[in-house]
Write a protein of this length. Structure first.
Length: 86
């Protein structure tokens, strides 16, 4: 099964938390190897989580998930315009 970007984004928090199914994890990793958009999203999502962990608050910044969703929605629009690349 070939994942598209939307599938990756749906599962990206589980992927980071390492709660994602092993088979799905493999598919996500394969997708990340060739998809710059998803790699960038994963990197920035991880950076936010790491910074938060270093502060020992273990809380996501206020509005974090809203901003992520906004960003994903924007990326989705872009990827739909550019769907031949998939
Ligand atoms: Zn992707």
């Amino acid at each position: 099964m070939k994942l598209n970007c939307k599938h990756v984004w749906e599962h990206i928090s589980e992927y980071i938390d390492d709660t994602v199914d092993a088979k799905l994890r493999e598919d996500i990793e394969r997708h990340l190897e060739h998809c710059e958009i998803c790699s960038a999203i994963l990197d920035s999502t991880r950076n936010i989580l790491v910074l938060t962990a270093d502060d020992r608050t273990f809380e996501l910044p206020v509005g974090y998930s809203e901003r992520l969703h906004e960003r994903l929605a924007k990326e989705m629009e872009n990827s739909e315009k550019d769907s031949t690349k998939e």
